[in-house]
Design a protein around this ligand. Sequence first.
Ligand code: ZN
Length: 250
Amino acid sequence: MKIRKLASVLLFLVALLPGFAQSKKSPLQISHLTDDFYVYKTFHDYKGQLISANALYLVTNEGVVLFDAPWDVSQFQPLLDSIKAKHNKEVVMHFATHSHEDRAGGLGFYNQKGIKTYTIQLTDAILKKENKKRAKFVIPNDTTFTVGQHNFEVFYPGKGHASDNILVWFDKEKVLYGGCFIKSTEATDLGYLGDSDVKEWAKSIKKVQAKFKNPKYIITGHDDWKDLNSLNHTSKLVQEYNTAKASAKK
Ligand SMILES: [Zn+2]
């Protein structure tokens, strides 16, 4: 009896662990980063292979700010519901960090929900040209926001993964949200380069490194982000790519 009791107590404790309810197969995985920051992961079927995408949200006393949308249309509403259930707050702002679907795919949905949506001009121009849903607000390349008790800076470093990629920097907490501009240390190549400028990418990374010193957390667009060497790793992948390209030309 004692052992059975112990087992049920253990089971009860395990059930209380955060994240227990979210199995590895859950289509929406939310994890606490630090302070008021949460990283969430969704999955997209890309040519028969499930690829994950990371995004971020920030809980403020004026509501929740969402950085990028799920890469899964079926999770747009569940994300809002999970945030409401977890924090008892509404999402009030949404930023898309470039025009690709894994970032900007939720603009139409979040517009409809009355959430204030934002992109920079470069992103807006691409979305307009491609006849896609656009943000309600177009912001300058470098803009600082204050929402409740939090400040953050939206920054366009120049071309990289995409011609319009932006990053978000939270200076107080030293959180750098990189999106697809920063590759995970797990990445062995630069991934999709259809809209990239790999030459400029090298310069753009230097700008980010010079501007945002000593990040404590760097969130990459895909794969594992816990290794802080991701920005250097991206720089290395970019260099390797450019060297290979230069030698191929000879
Ligand atoms: Zn992209």
